[in-house]
Ligand binder design. Sequence first.
Ligand SMILES: Cc1cc2nc3c(=O)[nH]c(=O)nc-3n(C[C@H](O)[C@H](O)[C@H](O)COP(=O)(O)OP(=O)(O)OC[C@H]3O[C@@H](n4cnc5c(N)ncnc54)[C@H](O)[C@@H]3O)c2cc1C
Length: 412
Amino acid sequence: MDFDDTPEEAAWRARVRAFLEEHRDDLGRRSGPRTSDDRVARERQALLYDGGLVGVTWPVEAGGQGGTPMQQAIVDQEMARADVPGPINLIGIGMCGPTVIHHGSEDQRSRYLRRLLRADDLWCQLFSEPASGSDLAALRTRAVQAEDGSWRVTGQKVWTTLAHLADYGILLTRTDPDVAKHRGLTMFVVDMRAPGVTVRPLRQMSGGADFNEVFFDDVVIPDSERLGDVGDGWRVALTTLMSERLSLGGGGTEIGPGAAAVVRHVAARLPDLSPDRQALARQRLGRAYVDSLAIRYTGYRQLSKISKGELPGPEASAGKLAGTRVALDLADLAVRVLGDDAAYAATADGVRTWQDLQAVLPGMAIAGGTDEVLRNIIGERVLGLPPEPRADKGMTFRESLAAAGASAEERR
Ligand SMILES: Cc1cc2nc3c(=O)[nH]c(=O)nc-3n(C[C@H](O)[C@H](O)[C@H](O)COP(=O)(O)OP(=O)(O)OC[C@H]3O[C@@H](n4cnc5c(N)ncnc54)[C@H](O)[C@@H]3O)c2cc1C
């Protein structure tokens, strides 16, 4: 990969930088407190969209810019440099939109995509359930087709980011329990305001409430809101999950604003530290620097694959795994080296406090594939280790529930 901008990329970078400078005051600060008003966040995203900085790689017919992955990476880099927060509709842009682009009907694409990019509508991803997270294909939310062709959905989702604000969601359901678990799934777009949808926020240890439990009680979804064929939901979900891994580990060329702020902070305080703390801090900053370079180059490797039209491989899993470790290491460093002092100084900088980082970062090691699951992927696909034993191989979903001791009610 050529690390220098081509003349076209340099021109794009200059354009992006000029736009961000011009609208600096209206776009908020990434390092400052997050706005709790979603209307403000929606307006900021609309401003970015109108400036051509949202949906850079999306096709023009889908409301995007028809640009290259490199142009998107440049936007990410320039937004980080200008301390501009990312769009609020992150799940919509990173996961739901690409799924609608690939599997939605013409009508769905024209109704939903442009509005999603401008944050006129917010979206959420309704996949995880109390008994299915890593083993997503074991989900139980049922969709049954009525005589008029519409679907009736009953079940529960959990950890649904942004559901409390979302207008629409992509919903993975079980439509046939009598085939193997991956084969009986179907995906829909669901109107989050439809009768029978109940959203309950979950309070996190960080004090925020970004996640929710979502209950579906006989919710009616028209057949025209299906994404892909009946029973083809797993293939549709793979589009979502691939896009998710790309958007979490894929931009992958930076270590994240929270971690970068910790580095700046610890580095600035080095001269004031006792010699033993200084030695520890230097050693750990050095390791974080080397790791972050490895993350950056892995991210570039992936970017060049995507630029050539190839599908990304397990680099995205490796990038996410390593990025999480560096961020956690740095938050830990701030606590160990600076102690209580870190809390005050970081607050004074307007940066998230280390307590905040400690409470938020562990979620990174779970969202979008846990560290253990990513290690399994690397073990199987990179190192060629034997695959994990799959206890429910060759069973229908209903049989696997029975084998796991589920009650007759649960198996219905
Ligand atoms: C910040 C955040 C945002 C999220 N947003 C959403 C969202 O918007 N929509 C959504 O649908 N979900 C969302 N989730 C849920 C997320 O996808 C799940 O939490 C994740 O898939 C793990 O599932 P689980 O919580 O059920 O844990 P489990 O899968 O039950 O895992 C429990 C533990 O067992 C380990 N484990 C499981 N399987 C294996 C295995 N095969 N080998 C080794 N170890 C294993 C795991 O690593 C973990 O440590 C979010 C989660 C977080 C933290």
